[in-house]
Design a protein around this ligand. Structure first.
Ligand code: NAP
Length: 319
């Protein structure tokens, strides 16, 4: 497998780190796309020493910054002949934050990191993915999208750049869920677009995994206690990393594209009814996703915003 190249964002912590270990131990050429080189190089060294795979590289990448993505993608394309597997794992969710946080391009930070960043990166790396025999992209999604079974729940399309920050209280958890729903909608739309290129794109509905010490340390004190309590029963990231690996490498998923996959590795279906008892089954089960995700009006809105925000970065750098 030495010649297969896998790029994992946010590979210095949690599931991303466990996935980097897994791919390296299976002999893949792993590129860790991380924003903090000092912390991440210790992780890189540890992976190399443990797995004895020296093909584990580290490249600086801030997924919330369009400039950083552009610089990263140019360097990546100059260094590597192609890209076989792209895992959009990095995400922003910082429980307890009350203030709007914006990216360098003045986009709300959850959307910049979890939606627009992955969109731009995928676009800029499309040409390199097309050079692979079996290109696969995996987007890390979440069960949080089930909040959209609430008929009142909507993405705040009018607030993706913090336009309403003076009048609408900030909920990092809501913005996180909205940004991951947007990522799911992009998964469906882009997979359709890529159908004739051979690139497969799926999303994984991650339910719950132990949070890393580093991630817990970023939380405020109330959330810290809550996270420690949850960690008592949550499974280790390595289990989810195995699922990343399976979706991105197995024959079972070779021809699967444009799907949401749950932690049991089953394809999640669109909900047929979102009323009454069936709605309870939708909310508590893991086999259906809200119809909001495939509503053409919603998809069109997120698509338009993605393409217009990234236009300047795409017109001159596509490929
Ligand atoms: N853990 C769960 O229970 C759970 C549940 C549902 C979904 N998920 C999803 O699973 C994925 C991994 O989660 P996790 O629990 O493993 O999280 P984690 O341990 O907090 O790791 C997140 C990673 O993303 C990186 N990151 C954040 N912002 C970045 C940016 N702007 N540029 C580059 N890297 C950035 C972090 O880097 P730094 O170390 O530099 O901050 C870190 O390496 C995420 O997409 C998350 O939404 C997790």
């Amino acid at each position: 497998m030495k010649d297969k190249i896998v790029l994992i964002t946010g590979a210095n912590s949690g599931i991303g780190k466990a996935a980097a270990f897994k791919f390296a131990s299976e002999g893949y050429h792993v590129i860790m796309g991380c924003r903090n080189i000092e912390i991440s190089s210790a992780v890189q060294r540890n992976i190399i020493e443990t797995t004895k795979n020296t093909n584990v590289d580290l490249m600086k990448l801030d997924v919330s910054s369009f400039d950083s993505i552009r610089t990263f993608c140019s360097a990546f394309k100059a260094k590597y002949p192609r890209l076989d597997i792209l895992i959009h794992n990095a995400a922003f969710l910082n429980h307890g934050i009350k203030e709007y946080q914006l990216s360098p391009e003045h986009i709300e930070l959850s959307f910049a990191t979890n939606t627009f960043g992955p969109f731009l990166m995928t676009r800029l790396l499309t040409g390199h993915l097309e050079k692979s025999q079996d290109p696969r992209i995996l987007n890390a999604c979440t069960t949080n999208i089930k909040n959209f079974f609430d008929p009142k729940r909507k993405i705040e399309f009018d607030n993706l750049r913090g336009e309403r920050k003076d009048t609408r209280p900030y909920s990092t958890y809501k913005m996180y869920g909205d940004s991951k729903m947007a990522l799911l909608m992009l998964t469906f739309k882009m997979a359709e677009e890529y159908k004739y290129t051979g690139i497969k794109m799926n999303a994984l509905q991650i339910n719950r995994v132990k949070l890393s010490k580093e991630t817990i340390n970023k939380l405020n004190s109330v959330w810290k206690v809550f996270a420690h309590l949850q960690n008592l029963t949550n499974p280790l990231p390595s289990g989810m990393a195995e699922t990343y690996f399976h979706i991105c490498t197995s024959d079972e998923f070779k021809n699967i594209t444009g799907q949401l996959i749950n932690h049991k590795r089953e394809i999640v279906q669109p909900a047929i009814t979102e009323k009454g008892f069936t709605q309870l089954k939708n909310i508590f089960g893991s086999n259906t996703f809200p119809s909001y995700a495939t509503n053409p009006h919603n998809v069109e809105q997120i698509w338009k915003i993605c393409t217009s925000l990234t236009e300047d970065y795409l017109t001159t750098h596509i490929g």
